[in-house]
Design a protein around this ligand. Structure first.
Ligand code: HEC
Length: 129
């Protein structure tokens, strides 16, 4: 089974480069979520449902990524590889409609992705000049 293979091969995940296809990133990110996040983040878990309004409190994709990396899983932040955190963040964003279906989340574009309005909406005027 694909997921079992993935779980057992951290080296493969760690070496997945940022030029991978968006659908591969989503698949890997979903697997991370199932394994490390959903027990708390799907009802009746102890964590909040990670709906768009909740993700919005992080403001930008880079902040969400850093939060996940530093704080999650709860009391065990940093246990996953950077690539796993990137992929699971991408998956959370796409599920929330904050990342387009063919968009790849990368370290280079994550600071440009706003979490405060869905991608279909007109971007809000920026607060700082
Ligand atoms: C052991 C339970 C647990 C696990 C596992 C867990 N979380 Fe959490 N998570 C929590 C709790 C509890 C909070 C609320 C923390 C707080 O308010 O200080 C939280 C908060 C969050 C938030 C912030 C929500 C907000 O209010 O802004 C995000 C994003 C998040 N978790 C993502 C993840 C991701 C991604 C994973 C998997 C890598 C994960 N969590 C795994 C319990 C968990």
């Amino acid at each position: 089974m694909r997921m079992a293979l993935w779980i057992g091969s951290g080296i493969f995940v760690a070496s997945a480069c940022s030029s991978q296809a968006p659908e591969v990133q989503q698949e890997l990110g979903h697997a991370v979520y199932i394994t490390y996040c959903q027990s708390c983040h799907e009802a009746p878990g102890t964590g909040p449902r990670l709906i768009p309004a909740v993700l919005a409190s992080r403001l930008t994709a880079v902040r969400l990524y850093l939060y996940n990396k530093q704080q999650m899983p709860y009391n065990a932040g940093g246990i996953l590889s950077d690539e796993d955190y990137l992929n699971v963040t991408a998956w959370l964003l796409q599920r929330a409609d904050l990342l387009g279906p063919n968009e790849l989340l990368t370290v280079d574009n994550m600071d440009t992705i706003s979490l405060t309005s869905p991608i279909e909406e007109t971007p809000r005027p920026s607060i700082t000049p």
